[in-house]
Design a protein around this ligand. Structure first.
Ligand SMILES: *Cc1c(COP(=O)(O)O)cnc(C)c1O
Length: 374
């Protein structure tokens, strides 16, 4: 097998990342206090238009902490899309709750609001709206359903930093939002995450639970069982360097998206990620789907590319079909045709700052040849 020459993803650390990390190390503030943490939390809250942002050690922990802070408990049910990363559903299980899967909307690939109501039971406590592949979910409709039914809305914005919905940034569109800064995300610090909210009490609770449950007014007094979910100042230094280059990082990815769109849109048999006109999508990983009448399947196209040293990534395997969730899902008779269909046909193509236009030419030519040969 040929070595990978073009990976799916690669972080862009070419700004002041190294300088800020060195500064954090020289300052000796390498644990969970320091100026980069304060700077990150202040700037990120402002980018989310929320009163608060709390840094945590990864996006999965952000979701877990969200469940804890909202007092989600054993026996509760949380409505989540099946087409998402496993962490969205795992976080429900960490607090003993059950994720109840709902199909996605073919128009934006996010949780389908009209499918939510049928999944609500007396045990339902909340909805996780995942802004999948950088596209914000239909938050107004989701919030309305939540309000009528007394549910809490969590945004899982791990893939959609700085995306907007009706002119408002993600992160402040539900009760709280979670983010990831894993190495393949649009903004990264290796491993990292955040929670944003404008609810002062909730923010206080999140800070307390993140730091072992310590009373903010009484050092080393612990009124509740907490966790160590903190991020380091060294990692936050990376985030500060990433965020100050946000326009540059997003701009490069937007350019890559338009190079792909130009070349792939005319290809019969290939379809691209749809987007609503009231949102701005954050370009994360470029997405395409392969029609069933194309000459090659998704996996065959991935193999063609792999033979030329180009890596790709299939869409998520629907969570309701995975071993931890499939029994409960079968009991509920989950019927998620849009999710099953997209996850079978979808492929993510390489997306990172220094991929070149000629790399993209080559990728798209391989896709075209593969799709049109009979
Ligand atoms: C990446 C991701 C997460 C988890 O983030 P980690 O930082 O890897 O723990 C959660 N939800 C979604 C939708 C993601 O893409």
């Amino acid at each position: 097998m040929q070595e990978i020459r073009i990976p799916v993803s690669k972080p862009d650390l070419n700004g002041r990342e190294l300088e800020y990390v060195s500064d954090a190390i020289n300052s000796t503030w390498i644990s969970s206090t320091g100026k980069y943490l304060s700077c990150f939390e202040r700037d990120f809250a402002s980018l989310c238009s929320t009163g608060h942002a709390m840094a945590v050690c990864n996006g999965t922990v952000a979701l877990h902490l969200a469940m804890l802070a909202l007092d989600i408990r054993p026996g509760d049910e949380i409505i989540v899309p099946s087409m998402t990363y496993i962490a969205t559903a795992n976080a429900c299980r960490y607090v003993g709750a059950e994720p109840v899967f709902v199909d996605v909307d073919p128009e934006n690939w996010c949780i389908a609001p009209e499918k939510i109501e049928a999944a609500i039971t007396t045990r339902t406590r909340g909805i996780v709206a995942v802004h999948l592949y950088g596209h914000p979910a239909d938050m107004d409709t989701i919030n309305e359903i939540a309000a009528v039914n007394g549910l809490t809305v969590i945004e899982d914005a791990a893939e959609a930093h700085l995306a907007t919905y009706k002119g408002r940034p993600v992160g402040g569109l539900g009760r709280l939002a979670t983010f990831s800064f894993y190495g393949n995300k649009t903004f990264t610090c290796g491993e990292g995450g955040a929670i944003s909210t404008s609810d002062d009490q909730l923010a206080q609770r999140i800070r307390t639970l993140r730091g072992q449950g310590m009373d903010p007014k009484r050092r080393y007094y612990f009124p509740v069982t907490g966790y160590n979910f903190r991020l380091t100042n060294v990692a936050a230094a990376l985030l500060c360097a990433q965020l100050e280059r946000r326009d540059e990082i997003l701009g490069k990815r937007k350019q890559i998206f338009s190079w792909y769109e130009e070349r792939l849109r005319p290809i019969e048999g290939i379809e691209l990620q749809p987007s609503s006109n009231d949102v701005t999508v954050t370009p994360w990983l470029f997405c395409m789907t392969v029609r069933d009448d194309a000459a090659s399947s998704r996996d065959e196209i991935a193999n063609c590319l792999r033979q030329e040293g180009i890596d790709t990534r299939p869409f998520f395997i629907p969570l309701h079909t995975l071993p931890p969730f499939r029994e409960e899902s079968a009991k509920r008779n989950d019927d998620l045709p849009v999710t099953n269909d997209l996850c079978r046909r979808g492929l993510n193509l390489p997306t990172y700052s220094d991929i070149t236009e000629s790399d993209i030419d080559q990728i798209c030519e391989i896709v075209r040849d593969c799709v049109s040969r009979r």
